[in-house]
Write a protein that binds this ligand. Structure first.
Ligand SMILES: [Zn+2]
Ligand SMILES: [Zn+2]
Length: 368
């Protein structure tokens, strides 16, 4: 079938929108009609070249929609089911899964390229296109493995639901699954973008008493207060570490998070934790960046520096928890949507994100 989609066709090229052909779902696959797709910095990293370009690709990985058709051997989904995509659909059987480290699953569709199998469900003329993060959601229709599409209740608006697929899952998941923030603790979060705001609301849900947000755009840091930040720091004109120390009686925070993907910010986030504190890196920096730290302090001050990928969680378990919190009004989704776009305006949507013009997320809505 035909679908309008946003794609990157060459290493040097930018976003292009074309009408493509989308395959029928194969064994174990479903074809999904997308209703919304949030835009994430990871797509931007592919566009800018800081993440490797592996060939023509349909962009987008934060999508929600309705199952249009199912292939042979699909067990749990049927046409009409509302679904949110997940980039880390895990197998449940490999050595990482049995240790509960689902986002490192050796057999996740995201690792298909590493396993030598690249599924290309999209076609434009002679070009076969793969799906970004094995979901490829910036298209009217996509084809994914059944386990990459998580069924959700029909009464959640699909644009809000789409945000669960990356920003919310990554941000709240980092708090729940990796840092395990204790009630009453103090936290500092570098970055008030689509992930950082969700780290902040995750910390608020977990009962942190002080949540300091640092962003180089002062209004964004201030906007974080809507999601539970208690203090904001404009990183462009303040010494962030010194201000965090001032706000915590000179000892530093119990937990810090870096949600930008910048080595300088990671260094600040590490410096700002107290002795025995935990610094969790959520942002993905360009692979060429090197992080420098005062090596002597790691042992002496018993500081922990850890990374987490995509929230480190299990979508099958965590999406229903997030949906419950949303229904109770404790997890904010609608205020995360700053601007909506049509698929034809994908180029403008990415340009707005690159220029930092969105306080939360830009979301592409499909006309269906
Ligand atoms: Zn993402
Ligand atoms: Zn696995």
């Amino acid at each position: 079938m035909e679908a309008k989609a946003a794609m990157k066709l060459t290493a040097e090229g930018g976003v292009e929108v074309h009408t493509i052909q989308v395959d029928e779902p194969g064994p174990g696959e479903v074809r999904v009609q997308l209703h919304a797709c949030g835009l994430c910095h990871t797509d931007q990293s592919v566009l800018e070249g800081s993440l490797m370009f592996g060939g023509p690709i349909v962009l987008g990985h934060e999508g929600a929609g309705i199952v249009e058709s199912v292939g042979p051997d699909v067990k749990d989904l049927q046409p009409g089911d509302h679904v949110v995509m997940t980039c880390t659909a895990f197998c449940g059987r490999c050595k990482w899964c049995v240790e509960g480290q689902y986002s490192q699953c050796a057999d996740m569709p995201l690792n298909a390229a590493r396993n030598g199998i690249i599924r290309t469900p999209f076609h434009l003329g002679d070009a076969d296109l793969s799906a970004f993060a094995s979901v490829g959601c910036l298209t009217e229709y996509t084809v994914v493995q059944e386990r990459s599409a998580i069924k959700i209740p029909d009464d959640i608006p699909l644009p809000e639901a789409a945000l669960l697929g990356c920003g919310v899952f990554t941000g709240v998941g980092a708090v729940w699954n990796k840092a395990k923030v204790n009630p009453g603790s103090t936290v500092a979060v570098w970055g008030a973008g689509g992930v950082g705001l969700n780290v902040i609301q995750g910390c608020a849900i977990s009962g942190a008493r002080t949540i300091i947000c640092i962003d180089r755009v002062g209004e964004k840091a201030e906007f974080a207060k809507e999601f539970g930040a208690t203090h904001s720091i404009d990183g462009s004109n303040a010494d962030a570490v010194a201000t965090v120390l001032e706000l915590t009686d000179g000892i530093g925070v119990d937990y810090s998070f870096e949600a930008i993907g910048n080595a300088g910010a990671m260094s600040e986030a590490y410096t700002a934790i107290r002795q025995g504190g935990i610094c969790t890196v959520v942002g993905v920096a360009p692979f060429t960046e090197i992080l420098e730290l005062p090596a002597g302090l790691i042992a002496i001050q018993e500081k922990t520096l850890q990374g987490t990928f995509y929230g480190g969680g299990a979508a099958l378990r965590d999406y229903p928890r997030l949906i419950d919190l949303y229904k109770q009004g404790r997890l904010k989704l609608n205020p995360l949507i700053t601007t909506t776009y049509s698929i034809e305006d994908s180029d403008k949507a990415y340009a707005d994100m690159a220029a930092g013009r969105q306080a939360g997320r830009g979301v592409v809505l499909f006309q269906n």
